[in-house]
Design a protein around this ligand. Structure first.
Ligand SMILES: Nc1ncnc2c1ncn2[C@@H]1O[C@H](COP(=O)(O)OP(=O)(O)OP(=O)(O)O)[C@@H](O)[C@H]1O
Ligand SMILES: [Zn+2]
Length: 465
């Protein structure tokens, strides 16, 4: 079986064929760093990190690049409001971004290029477009000549004529046609600027990604990704710029994640309806947030609520407990049992199912359902009187592999079911011996670990609070 990817460009799932066998070049549009990221911004980071992990699991060597937009209007505004210079503000939020996404289990990219460190290659790219008459200078600004790129609209499936209907030239813009967009913006007085052949200024947003993707990955890349809102105009413009310059396709597969919504409205900084990753990971294990995101297919919207996050927490804990119980039992299993093969076959079957689901456009939601099937089978197996280390190890390995592909952690500071049972037995013995001091100590120790005991005529019951 091969991996199939839903390609926004063709609006179809397509079999994935890399440009170079065994290698994948992948570019994911990164954040504009003027604030902490909210959980909507975290979705592309988590989703495409999982795509990368899965491609690596399937044997590809992935070169993953994700940029920082570290100069733009919003950054300049935030820096002014904060009485801080643009560079130090951007730097602060880049550091915060790395901390947040590392907590969420995202691997580092091969490169995290910043716009301000790639000004030469951006200016060079713009010059190339002017030389080919795909761009023109106008009073210190440079604009892309959109109508010259015949295929404009192919990613967002809109015709140039339709787009023209909605386009206006804003006050202060010096373009020749309403569809043209800025590649270089002349600096306003007092603004941060870079020298260029067109005077002091800074780049437009779209050109940055075209230039940096080409610099770090080449003319044509395999996968270009980002949130759904980037399809138009950002990615459409990236295609126009890159393909006009090189005459080659820019990216073979375009992937877009759906929104994180709150009360069915897109979470965004401008609407103020956001939950910062920075805050939420002080209250919840970041693994829970990652698990929550991956429980839904990446193209579907997620309506965020605290309740859903709590459900994700219990679901993840069920899987983790199952793993812990297996681990605990491993030491106690010595027998090779005759029907080992029957269990091993069932586990292998789940293994194949997991791969089938992930091959199908990275369906993490269904892959997680397979994990629950593995866990159900494991719990059932642990009820057997004789267990074999071979089978237990296979269960453990399966959990470890799948959790690793999803970027999730299996262990946490929690007592195993069997450890709890042992402590309860010890406590009951102490009570029988009228050693109430020890009995109380055990009860307190368990309480600290959020385990509540209830003594009933049938014996002691326990639950996690
Ligand atoms: N609510 C959301 N759900 C999913 N992805 C999102 C959401 N909001 C932004 N993104 C994605 O986050 C990534 C980083 O985007 P960026 O830093 O430009 O944020 P943004 O779109 O400006 O956010 P905001 O709309 O809150 O200002 C992009 O890939 C973008 O598509
Ligand atoms: Zn981009």
């Amino acid at each position: 079986m091969s991996i199939r990817i839903y390609n926004t460009l063709t609006q179809k799932k397509e079999v994935f064929k890399p440009i170079e066998e065994g290698k994948v070049k992948m570019y994911v549009c990164g954040p504009t760093v003027y604030n902490y990221i909210h959980i909507g911004n975290a979705r592309p980071a988590i989703v495409f990190d999982t795509v990368r992990r899965y491609l690596e699991f399937r044997g590809y060597e992935v070169k993953y690049v994700s940029n920082f937009t570290d100069v733009d209007d919003r950054i300049i505004k935030a820096a002014n409001e904060n009485n801080e210079d643009v560079f130090s503000l951007a730097d602060r939020f880049i550091r915060a971004y790395f901390e947040d996404i590392a907590a969420l289990g995202c691997l580092k990219a091969a490169h995290h290029p910043r716009v301000t460190e790639n000004m030469d290659i951006i200016i060079h790219f713009i010059k190339g477009l002017i030389d080919k008459d795909f761009a023109y200078e106008s009073d210190g600004d440079v604009y892309f000549r959109t109508k010259k790129f015949q295929e404009y609209g192919k990613l967002s499936h809109q015709s140039i004529d339709d787009l023209r209907l909605g386009a206006r030239i804003e006050v202060g813009e010096k373009k020749q046609d309403p569809l043209d967009f800025a590649l270089w913006k002349a600096a306003k007085p007092g603004e941060v600027y870079w020298e260029s052949p067109w005077g002091k200024g800074r780049p437009g947003w779209h050109i940055e990604c075209s230039a940096m993707a080409r610099e770090y990955l080449g003319d044509t890349i395999d996968i270009h990704a980002g949130g759904q809102d980037l399809t138009f105009p950002h990615h459409e413009n990236e295609i126009a710029q890159s393909e006009s310059l090189t005459g080659k396709p820019f990216a073979n597969y375009w992937m877009h994640n759906g929104y994180i919504n709150i009360d069915n409205e897109k979470m965004s900084k401008s609407l103020g309806n956001f939950v910062l990753v920075h805050d939420i990971i002080t209250q919840h294990d970041p693994n829970v947030l990652r698990f929550f995101m991956l429980s839904v297919h990446y193209r579907h919207p997620i309506n965020y609520s605290e309740e859903l996050l709590n459900n994700a927490k219990s679901a993840l804990e069920r899987l983790q407990t199952s793993y812990q119980n297996l681990k605990h039992r491993l030491e106690a299993s010595t027998n090779l049992v005759e029907d080992d093969q029957k269990w091993l076959d069932q586990i292998a079957n789940f293994h194949n199912q997991f791969i089938e689901e992930m091959d199908d456009d990275f369906n993490t939601a269904n892959a997680i359902s397979v994990l629950f099937e593995v866990s159900k089978l494991a719990n059932y197996y642990l009820m057997e009187k004789n267990t074999s280390p071979v089978v237990i190890r296979k269960f453990l390995e399966t959990f470890e592999q799948f959790f690793n592909v999803l970027g999730l952690e299996l262990t946490k500071d929690q007592l195993l079911d069997e450890e709890i049972e042992q402590l309860i037995t010890k406590r009951n013995e102490a009570r029988k011996n009228r050693d109430f001091h020890t009995a109380d100590q055990i009860r307190d120790q368990l309480k600290e670990m959020n385990i509540v005991l209830e003594d009933t005529p049938q014996g002691t019951r326990w639950k996690r609070s």
